[in-house]
Ligand binder design. Sequence first.
Ligand code: MSP
Length: 717
Amino acid sequence: MPENPKKFYLTTPIYYVNARPHIGHAYSTIVADVLARRHRLLGEDTFFLTGTDEHGQKVQRSAEAAGIPPQQFADQVSATFRDLWDRMGVTYDGYIRTTDERHKLGVQKLWKVLEESGDIYLSSYTGQYCVSDEAFVDVAVGAPCPECGRITETITEENYFFKLSAYQDKLTDLIESGKLHIQPDTVRNEVLSFVHGGLKDLSISRTTFDWGIRVPENPKHVVYVWLDALANYITAIGYGSDEAAEQANFARYWPADVHLVGKEITRFHCVYWPAFLMAAGLPVQKSVVANGWLLFEESKMSKSRGNVVRTETILDAFGEHYRTSLLKASQAEPEKRDCDLFAADVLRYFLLREIPFGQDGSFSFDALITRYNADLANGYGNLVSRVLKLIDSIGGVPEPGMDDEAAPIRRAADHSIASVSLAFAEYRFTSAATEIAALITAVDGMLTAVAPWKLLKSSEEAEQLRARTSLHTAVEAIRLITALAYPLMPHTTAKVWSQLGLGSLDQAAGRGELKNLTWGGLKPGTKLGAPGPIFPRADKGLAQIMSDMEQNRNAAVGAEQTEVNSGALTGSFLDVTTNPHEPSSKPESTTSEIPAEPTASGANPPLAPQITIDDFAKVDLRVARVLVAERIPKADKLLRLEVDLGFEKRQILAGIAEYYAPESLIGRKVVIVANLAPRKMRGLESNGMVVAASVGADGAPVLAGFAEDVELGARLK
Ligand code: MSP
């Protein structure tokens, strides 16, 4: 790194701890990691911050529903986020939790500064509050929130207010002048029209609950959760600290270069946050860059719709695919870390290649497999393995040879280097990936035309030379492709790099060797590293496996471990209503959303919306006896049961393997949903579902049974 490198401070939104992470959250974090790696390789002193947003009524209610104190609840969920980022190899430099002491002190300091600047006053207010969005909204009593459609609550409170109205002109100037860059334009325009529409003063304290940071000198009030949350961007890097090192850190990194945010939270970042900063006499962040939403079956993937896909599903399934493929290819068994990072790269590539950044995009397991096979297995992976095998057969990287033959690829590579660099700088990740793919196609085309595998068999020197030239050209292009793709797929590109005999890609990036890429870096005679499959082709069945795993996590293990629809019962069988593969037929909740976490200590989630007796009659619940219970190889959570209904026997797969030893179930009477459509999991058909209550903080299943002896096949009504 140069003496005084340029700094780059980048943030993700901090995630609410009322829901466990899904791939919508992973999306923001992945984009941030790609950017952080890109800026680091450019030699910039990069600080990448992420963390969790842990205060507010929503979190308090989730903790109550789970029956545990909010701090304990926040500790648990925050750890699941952090563990997931670690599992995916996300290179965050700072992890802030709004319950951190340093954050609380920083927020209180900010509050005092705002008070001293005369921007805070105390007043009484009655308004409609949306608990889900943690914001007052301008609607009639009982009306739904215009943002999320959930019913608002009427709240009258003595509140502290922030004089947002006084910042209208300054905000307009800030945005119009581009001093605050907002991307994409659609978001910028929305924000501007919101500001032009007139700004009302903003309520910034609450007295109706206490899960928050106390207002200094008036502890009856807690600080509004968005003021608390936004301040993470400064408290994490030292604002409010008395320590000189922390203060120096703040002076070094603030203002942030980029706040990456989802498109629905741009108002908070582009209006409230700059106004707070201006009022506190601090510089405003340089840019706010918004991502669109990941949709699943046409609606936003979200905990409240129950249509989430968990990142763990993809990591588990693709990781296992990688492991078994390596074993099949007689390679050494990879470490779990290797499998996780491979799978994380697949997800990274898919999300950034498939969805033009800034727009909404659909996620599906089928699309994931199709894209993986097309671009990574058949494209990049296949090119690398073909070329490296041929190069190995001739004892190492050949001399460059005839320049004319190499020229078109060299030109294509120069073009790719420039355009990929620009694409990253403009957040056009899809273009970066397609530029890289175009270079792969060009090299493939050149190889097909030259056919070095044939020419190498010839005894003519000219043909040998041509073959060697084409291989030199191809392997040099692979080096550049690999360097360009590094921020997108840091782990697999590092493997290719070492197979090229170039050592550690991370270290090369750290030394600035990926910054100014030019043709010709691969020295003739370079000995290749150990070969090995990079992207083993995936069978379409992997999509079904992931879909089953997702279903299984949701349905069989009981209460949603992410979070389920407001009012959804947590009992296992009713969780079929939260099947992520079927859009919820329920309207958005009719009361302000109270997330149903697994129950503990007798705290129950709210009731599901009413159904008629006819709705209930559709579900055929029967008594059955377990005849056979056994584990399913490589499915940690599933048991295969054979049950006797009296009038027939059938096979059912149940996600209870972590909680019940198979032998303890044999002979036991259970309740099953007997008319559930059959479905395949792990290649086995499941004909029904075993009913269980979901208990404790982890939603452990407890099988339903009877105190009296009940005959087999009896129906529950
Ligand atoms: N806690 C606030 C942010 C405070 S920042 C000072 C919050 N948290 S959140 O957990 O609800 O959302 C965090 C981020 O995840 C947001 O940027 C949001 O857009 C993103 N996503 C949540 N679901 C998503 C999708 N389905 N798709 C893409 N991003 C999504 O808001």
